[in-house]
Design a protein around this ligand. Structure first.
Ligand code: ADP
Length: 484
């Protein structure tokens, strides 16, 4: 495979349509989480490079990109989506190598990226303002306008999917983007930018500056020339970004993870639930904002659910991304240490089952055995804190009220699901659960690029995905004409 699809050079930034090294010429080392080896050097962008990228984005807004009719923007996004589909294997291999995710997951991520481009291509000319009845002699209408320059600070867990949902929606609304991918995994961000360029995206509409969070990321969040910031990542960094953006009163969209529960009631179809209960915890080695890390089960079905999940955990195999097993390595040694720290915090709990790291997994890889815990009180740190690794806890409950109270009893509120045959209960819980998305008798709805996504509480605010994202990536102007 190639680390340079379409001739992309991983040590460069894309600024104003030109692939250039950062001004300092400094680089960072990118590592392969499957074996710990060095993959390649990437650019270490800093504030000065962010300045140039923001300037280029501003020029794109004032230039050809800013003048394009909505349907033309849609056509370009559609072409980008088609080009992504023509490069599924190359992009999937790059993402698998860089993030450590199994190839099948990486392929699904490429397809999601293409779907985001298709969805936002179709939506680009279908969002508009309204006319508002007002006083005699007036005509009042609203205009939906782009913010201008949008900053996108993204994490390493799903680079392609998150680029799709944030850059795709921002471009559809006519913004020009500055993208700061994560220092742990940025190759597909660069490859995507190359694909977009080849597909005819005008210069400066998408700029990419890799680098450290504390350097390039902080500079982007604090930049006075940026008009909106979208961030996906940790709660701690999300707070820093909101504070930095506040300096210039710049709106932010924050997606900060969760402790998402699945609630299994006495009348649930447990057979149907089991794959969702487990997969939602171990997908992408648990490094998923919307991972379901708490499984709440009515006591009458507890043993059955636990036994079913334990069977599945026992069959899980973790190994190198390219071996395409159930679980890959974590993204880095640092992440492995964090997750092992959480597993150590469960020393007072019972381990119901663990998956295995395959014997021939390279010693330098960041592997963790998927771990299923029982015996945790709802207040236990493993039932409260986001682990971001393949770790789940199973907790029994006796009544619906208790289930709701446990489900809503964390500082997060991203996703929840209800497994029950009782339609009234489904509707009741959909209202009562504190979450940005509630799934009834499923979890995750297959990714669903069409479905608004975002959280409440520590999970963040603002909505991405679906049409809703287009409102977040635009601003509304009211025009009131007094004509008599
Ligand atoms: P994780 O803990 O999962 O690595 P982070 O929240 O640290 O997630 O990182 C997500 C993104 O935020 C990355 O692109 C990272 O470089 C960036 N980042 C980290 N620190 C800062 C910061 N102080 N300001 C802006 N961006 C940052």
């Amino acid at each position: 495979m190639t680390l340079r699809p379409l001739g992309m050079d991983p040590a460069l930034c894309l600024i104003g349509g030109a692939w250039t090294p950062p001004e300092s010429r400094d680089t960072l080392e990118l590592r392969n989480p499957s074996d710990g080896s060095t993959l390649c050097a990437i650019a270490r962008g800093r504030a000065v490079d962010i300045d140039r990228a923001v300037e280029a984005a501003g020029a794109a807004i004032r230039g050809a990109w800013g003048r394009l009719p909505n349907f033309e923007r849609g056509r370009i996004l559609h072409r980008i989506g088609q080009a992504v589909l023509e490069n599924v294997e190359a992009l999937a291999e790059l993402e698998a190598l860089d993030v450590g995710k199994p190839l099948k997951q990486a392929r699904a991520d490429v397809l999601a990226l293409a779907r985001y481009m298709e969805f936002y291509a179709g939506a680009a000319d279908k969002i508009h303002g309204a006319t508002i009845p007002y006083l005699d002699g007036y005509t009042v209408y609203t205009l939906r306008e782009p913010h201008g320059v949008t900053g996108h600070i993204i994490p390493w867990n799903y680079p392609m999917q998150i680029i799709g949902r944030s850059v795709g929606a921002a471009l559809a609304m006519g913004n020009a983007c500055v993208l700061k991918p994560a220092e742990e995994a940025c190759l597909t961000a660069l490859a995507f930018a190359r694909i977009a360029q080849e597909a005819g995206l005008p210069d400066g509409a998408l700029n990419v500056v890799p680098g450290l969070g504390s350097e390039a990321g902080a500079a982007l969040a604090a930049h006075p020339g940026v008009h909106h910031i979208s961030f996906t990542g940790s709660v701690g960094v999300g707070k820093l970004i909101q504070m930095a953006a506040a300096e210039h009163v710049v709106p932010v969209t924050l997606e900060l993870g969760g402790k998402s529960p699945q609630l299994v009631f006495e009348d649930a179809d447990v057979e149907a639930a089991l794959p969702f209960l487990t997969n939602a915890g171990i997908q992408n080695a648990g490094q998923t904002c919307s991972a379901s890390s708490r499984i709440l089960v009515h006591r009458s079905r507890y043993d059955e659910v636990l036994a079913g999940m334990a069977d599945r955990y026992g069959a899980l195999r973790a190994g190198p991304a390219m071996a395409d097993l159930d679980v890959g390595p974590l993204v880095s040694d640092r992440q492995r240490e964090i997750v092992e720290g959480f597993i150590a915090k469960g020393a007072d709990l019972e381990i119901a089952a663990r998956g295995v790291v395959v014997a021939d997994a390279p010693a330098g890889g960041a592997y963790v055995s998927p771990t299923l815990f029982t015996g945790a009180a709802p207040e236990h740190s493993l039932a409260q804190e986001e682990v971001f690794g393949p770790v789940q806890v199973v907790i029994p409950f006796d009544t619906e009220e208790e289930a709701i109270s446990i489900a809503n009893g964390t500082a997060y509120g991203l996703v929840a699901s209800v497994w029950s045959a009782d339609g009234a209960r489904q509707m009741r819980l959909a209202r009562k659960l504190r979450a940005g998305q509630v799934f009834l008798n499923n979890y995750g709805a297959g990714g669903g690029v069409e479905l608004p996504f975002g959280g409440t509480g520590l999970s963040g605010h603002g909505r991405e995905k679906g049409f809703e994202a287009l409102y977040g990536f635009s601003t509304l102007k009211t025009v009131a004409a007094l004509h008599g």
